[in-house]
Design a binder for this molecule. Structure first.
Ligand code: GLP
Length: 238
């Protein structure tokens, strides 16, 4: 595991964007695993900037997002599909983008289809992750056992509360989600975990204790052979 502590959130996004630049140079047809949440927004901005400056080309690459609320329509402004279009997909030239469908009538069939698509693409080359306050990755919530494949998950109170800030008082916040399982996250060739802000200092400290807490899903990542954790000073407790 490689840990990089950055002076600021901006630096963190630049360091992460450098990894993408290297990845796409090395393998232009990379399969990118992408995340939502506020943490990757600065990275997405930097990727867009580099694309517009002609420094990055995504035309041979494709992406799979980690998760999506369920049920939710992709046109809903809080869906992760909407978020990704706004924050990244509409502004760069990825050849293909995929997100589990929050509008699928049969969520189990949708999960099986998503797993199959990831397998057909040859798995994820570079997986981007954020972390929930409770250590969740994607929407793999703290548990004693974890799904290998994509699945429908009931969100914990902690995750519902953390994400409630995005929903208006009159909007119904989904309490379930479809998420990539630990298996596909883990079989990614490289993983980048971004952690920013003082509110994540406690979970960051736990992550770096040098112990595998089985009820902190992100701890499982410490077993991955090519994991880079990029934190800013606040998240690092400085
Ligand atoms: C959501 C997403 C996660 C993300 C987490 C943290 O729960 N499903 O993939 O890592 O939010 O979000 P933020 O970066 O806003 O703290």
């Amino acid at each position: 595991m490689k840990k990089i502590v950055c002076e600021s959130y901006k630096d963190m996004c630049r360091v992460a964007a450098d990894i993408y630049t290297g990845q796409l140079k090395e393998k232009p047809n990379s399969v990118l695993g992408l995340a939502t949440g506020s943490t990757p927004i600065g990275l997405y901005k930097e990727l867009i900037r580099r694309y517009e400056a002609g420094e990055l080309d995504f035309s041979n690459a494709q992406s799979f997002n980690l998760d999506e609320y369920y049920p939710i329509d992709s046109t809903h402004h809080q869906s992760y599909a909407y978020f990704m279009n706004e924050q990244l997909f509409d502004k760069i030239n990825l050849s293909k983008t995929q997100i589990p469908s929050g509008a699928a009538t049969d969520p189990m069939a949708e999960c099986a289809r998503y797993d199959e698509e990831i397998c057909k693409a040859g798995g994820i080359d570079l997986m981007l992750l954020g972390i929930g306050h409770n250590g969740h990755i994607g929407f793999n919530e703290p548990a004693t056992s974890y799904h290998v494949g994509a699945h429908l998950v009931s969100l914990t109170e902690s995750s519902i509360n953390a994400n409630s800030r995005f929903f208006g008082a009159d909007e119904k916040q989904p309490t379930e989600a479809l998420t990539m399982g630990i298996g596909h996250i883990f079989s990614a060739k490289k993983i980048i975990l971004l952690i920013s802000g003082a509110a994540k200092a406690e979970i960051t400290r736990k992550l770096f204790e040098g112990m595998i807490h089985t009820d902190v899903p992100a701890c499982l990542l410490l077993l991955h052979p090519n994991l880079t954790i990029i934190v800013d000073k606040e998240a690092n407790g400085e």
